[in-house]
Design a protein around this ligand. Structure first.
Ligand SMILES: Cc1ncc(C[n+]2csc(CCOP(=O)(O)OP(=O)(O)O)c2C)c(N)n1
Length: 697
């Protein structure tokens, strides 16, 4: 039966529970009443008990670790009980189930929330011991959630706001997969993506970019639960935050519900409404909560951050009705979750039957999906670039070599922050992803680089453990990569095979001037652990870079491409390709005794080739499109290519210091560029053949 919503009523009734005056003024009854299905909490006592025991786990683990964040696991315990004990669809015995609901703790500082609930829910490897070893070396319960550490943890979170972007990326991936796989007879993908965030996440700009994208693209499979406790770290949130969050989200195309986050019935109703309404709107559920609820001395205050509550642990445990035994989970709670697991598993089994029927009815699609699940990367039908000397900008070569990828990898998604035209990251004949075509594979992210980075991470997290063939790339000008670095760092740390297409790679941009001429950026990127930075020297090396990126599964790859034409370098194309895929190779071997080595990347390789002509027969030219990849080769190969640092001169139109690792002398650019046609800028900055020759001599 449908009836007029009681969410608003529940909210008002629950308001008295708030103890903090300033919170009360921040509370507002929701403007919209809504229709929700009948939704009572089936086992209120069991869930309330589980919530208090989850509070106890957080108190005990944080006390033992002498570090961690108490506020969220206590403040959101009732929400956790509703989600893990009742609403989310998952199977602890198959954490990679394709149609599981995805839950993301964007407020990653509250990680004990996640570990407690995963433990209670029955994720086998999240044992009581692991919970007890919170934040300890070698535990799978690290300080902040890490996707590669803990089964059931979907995303690495901690940098606030990222998880919201990840949720949007997952929701987009789910929309894409549903559009691609579901048929009128069989529904394979219909899960929700649920994100729990706090004030901090919403204050971060990255969240706003992602929220705007989700609203615009009508991602009604996304539910954002906002732990609205009126507290941030230094001060009460009102000190830095006065916008009307409801209006902000509604203006961006979202539906907004407000509930008392400690009223499990209200949370249930709001959640079900959000899940069931297919109204083209993602939903924000504002959950008014008391941070640190359960420890009166810190509840509702900034002191709930961190471990200040530990001092009151004993009295709090007593007040919560917990026995003296630490890390106490009652047999009743374990039994409750064991029963719940059975219910969840029967849904899982039913889905498996649908999946089998779908496979028999859709054999070709099933083969595509199986390849995607196995992470099959084909041998690309990618022609060699043989026309030595022909000028081709590497961004244009990138556009060409992307097309075989588009054809041969049906789960490859390509996007741009409004620069498809310049970055050349557009895949032909595969359609555009949008609210009117979720099966499209070209993403228009808008001018939202940081949001794009976090959304791409979400897509990659979605693929990480069950669809490794689901891949994505996103593009912008290299100089703006800094805008998205927060997301790039998470991708590198999490081992996500995201690809960045960053064009307009140096002072070679010319007339756009120093605002658009990256000089420090490539070197900065090369400092990032687990990121391959590929700066190909010509079209052929660009093909190699793309193949390398597609074959790489455990880290992101940055493709640094030129706006200006670069000549196709002399050399046997297949050995150039093979060499570039080792990160560096001898492009031109010396004739006779080795006297000089010129080491160059990107547009400066052709400059090195010209300089070599003046340095005599003993000069070798080494092209190094990817320093990190080269440094992963065995020592013998490295010594073969670069045998003598003392006679090596590096050249790159960018920050010089990092090159001294491999070269005794460096010709670089350590100052901002100027606005002028590219040849003048190169001249002005000393990037000339003559300068290279005299430096190398
Ligand atoms: C990008 C980023 N900036 C700063 C921090 C440090 N930090 C961790 S929690 C926090 C306060 C977050 O406030 P809120 O989201 O309201 O969380 P709550 O107080 O409810 O726990 C800050 C500033 C961070 N983790 N990420």
């Amino acid at each position: 039966m449908l009836y007029k919503a009681c969410v608003a009523v529940a909210f008002i009734a629950g308001a008295d529970a708030f103890q903090v005056g300033s919170l009360r003024s921040a509370m507002k009854a929701p403007a919209v009443s809504m229709q929700v299905a009948e939704a009572e909490v089936a086992s209120p006592q069991a869930l309330a008990k589980a919530a208090d025991e989850a509070r106890g786990l957080a108190i005990d683990s944080i006390a033992k670790a002498k570090s961690g964040h108490m506020g969220l696991p206590l403040g959101c315990a009732d929400i956790g009980a509703v989600l893990f004990g009742q609403e989310l669809n998952y199977n602890p015995e198959d954490p990679t189930w394709l149609n599981r609901d995805r839950f993301i703790l964007s407020a990653g500082h509250g990680s004990m929330f996640l570990y407690s609930w995963l433990h209670m829910a029955g994720y086998e490897s999240v044992t009581k011991e692991e919970v007890m070893n919170f934040r300890a070396k070698d535990s799978i319960t690290p300080g902040h959630p890490e996707n590669f550490m803990t089964p059931g943890v979907e995303c690495t979170t901690g940098p606030l706001g990222q998880g919201i972007g990840n949720g949007v990326g997952m929701a987009a991936a789910a929309k894409f997969m549903a559009a691609k796989l579901n048929t009128p007879e069989h529904t394979l993908i219909d899960h929700s993506v649920v994100v729990l965030c706090g004030d901090g996440c919403l204050q971060e700009g990255v969240a706003n970019e992602a929220v705007a994208f989700a609203g615009h693209e009508k991602m009604d499979n996304l539910i954002l639960m906002y732990d609205s406790n009126g507290v941030t770290l230094d001060k009460m949130a009102e000190h830095t935050q006065s916008e009307d969050v409801q209006m902000r989200f509604e203006a961006q195309g979202w539906e907004v519900l407000t509930v008392d986050g400690h009223d499990m019935d209200a949370v249930t109703k709001a959640y079900r409404y959000a899940k069931e309404s297919k109204n083209g709107k993602p939903t924000l559920i504002v959950c008014k909560t008391i941070i640190g609820k359960g420890i009166d001395e810190i509840a509702g205050t900034c002191a709930a951050h961190g471990e200040a509550g530990v001092a009151y642990a004993d009295s709090a445990r007593e007040a919560l009705g917990l026995p003296e035994e630490k890390w106490y989970v009652s047999p009743e709670t374990y039994e409750f979750f064991a029963e719940h697991k059975k219910e969840l598993q029967s849904k899982y089994t039913a889905w498996g039957e649908t999946f089998e029927a779908w496979k028999s009815a859709n054999t070709e699609l099933a083969k595509e999906l199986a390849d995607c699940q196995a992470g099959v990367v084909p041998d690309f039908d990618m022609p060699y670039y043989t026309e030595t000397g022909k000028g081709i900008a590497t961004r244009n070569a990138g556009a060409e070599v992307l097309q075989p990828v588009a054809k041969q990898m049906p789960f490859y998604l390509s996007g741009s922050a409004d620069l498809h035209g310049s970055n050349k990251n557009y895949m032909k004949d595969v359609g555009d992803f949008s609210k009117s075509n979720y099966a499209g594979r070209n993403f228009y992210y808008g001018i939202r680089e940081h949001g794009m980075g976090a959304i791409m991470n979400g897509i990659a997290f979605y693929g990480a453990n069950c669809l490794p063939g689901l891949r994505c790339s996103g593009s912008t000008f290299l100089v703006f990569s800094g805008y998205m670095m927060g997301s790039v760092r998470v991708a590198a740390l999490s081992g996500l095979p995201v690809k960045y297409i960053w064009t307009h790679d140096s002072i070679g941009v010319g007339e756009d001037g120093p605002t658009h001429q990256p000089v420090e950026v490539v070197a900065g990127l090369r400092c990032m652990p687990n990121l391959d930075v590929m700066r190909p020297g010509d079209a052929e090396e660009t093909a190699a870079a793309y193949i390398h990126a597609m074959k790489t599964t455990d880290r992101p790859t940055a493709m640094i491409l030129s706006r200006q034409d670069l000549p196709v370098l002399e050399g046997e194309p297949s050995s150039k390709r093979e060499g570039a895929m080792k990160g560096a190779y001898i492009l031109q071997k010396e004739e006779g005794e080795l006297t000089h080595i010129l080491l160059a990347a990107g547009s400066e390789v052709s400059l090195a080739v010209e300089a070599a002509k003046q340095l005599g027969k003993g000069c070798r030219v080494v092209s190094i499109p990817c320093v990190e990849l080269f440094e992963r080769q065995d020592a013998a190969y490295q010594a073969e290519v670069l045998p003598n640092r003392e006679i090596t001169t590096a050249v790159e139109a960018g920050y010089s210091a990092a090159w001294y690792k491999h070269a005794a002398k460096v010709l670089g650019v350590d100052t901002f560029g100027i606005s002028a046609p590219a040849p003048f800028v190169f001249e002005e900055k000393g990037m000339t053949v003559d300068n290279l020759v005299s430096l190398a001599k």
